[in-house]
Design a protein around this ligand. Sequence first.
Ligand SMILES: [Zn+2]
Length: 369
Amino acid sequence: MTELLTAPKLSFDNGGEFIRDTRREVEAYLACRRTRVRGRLNLYAKSFVAFGLMLASWAVLMFGSHELWTGLLAFAGLILGTTLTAFCVMHDANHGAYFRTRRFNHLLGWTADSLLGLSSYAWRVKHNVAHHTYTNVEGYDADITQTPMARFMPVQPSRPWYRLQHFYIWPLYSLMALRWQTLGDVAALRRGRIGQSAIRMPRRWDLVGLLAGKIVFVCWAIVVPLLFYPWWAVLAGYLVFSMVMSLIMAVTFQLAHCVEEADFASPEQLSQQKRLWAVHEVEATVDFCPRNPVLTWMLGGLNYQIEHHLFPRVPHTHYARIAEIVERNAARHGVRYAVQPSLLAALGSHYRHLRAMGRAGLRVEVEMG
Ligand SMILES: [Zn+2]
């Protein structure tokens, strides 16, 4: 709590010509009713596929023939369905992009609790507030602050073990979901903050949602499987399920921010010089594989994270079109807009960034662009 009180208060300038012009064009694009309806129908269709795949795979695993190949196929389907739910349903809903009303968005966002085992209440603070407001700001963005396990940005202190972080980071990524499924939520609530963003103890419906979500998740992921499989098979299945889902989610988010092309900042730099929020978001984020419709579909548009950070309440099914507008305006206003052409290029950049951050022996000050 002391840290929260002494942390510098950071604020951005929410204006600027770049975001004004971009917003005007995006609003004109979304003014067409047919465009909006098409975007929502695509979103609903994806949700249907994600839930359907998850439910069908789970039903085969529980009530099917239990043959090895059928089981493995259904298990892969369960992981795929869960990941699609995370990227294409839960993420949009918790941002308020799925429905018009907050209540329905929170209700669908509860898929985080019930299907993924992650508290949507904590997610909205960790992701919507800490990560989206203070993207790549040391100590404020919990995604990019993993001291003392890893060093993701130049302003963070060095440790000898970070020299190997480009090797050991992958298993750590795979354990992140497990951490939030078990004690991560409770620890954050007891601490009263995530990064430097305050999180209150949930009350009334928030508390009901959190507890009910944990119960539903434990029931379908552990209790019911124990009726059909030995305990060690359930434990192994749960660990593999959680770790694969975690690895895919963590890497997808890291490829947009924890790469050579992204900007990073310390709280001191931001308190000395007030930045334009939209410019900060674009320059702290990198798109990847923009012309890969399959990947765009599967990642819920998270390969277009620049557009997501500027317009988090717009359904992700519009990002590919919005990207043309953002890129054009970025070029016009001198804002650096970075895109990786392929998944391999994005992974390579993340790997090289981790290696460089691990090897740097001294604390280095980055210049903000
Ligand atoms: Zn988001």
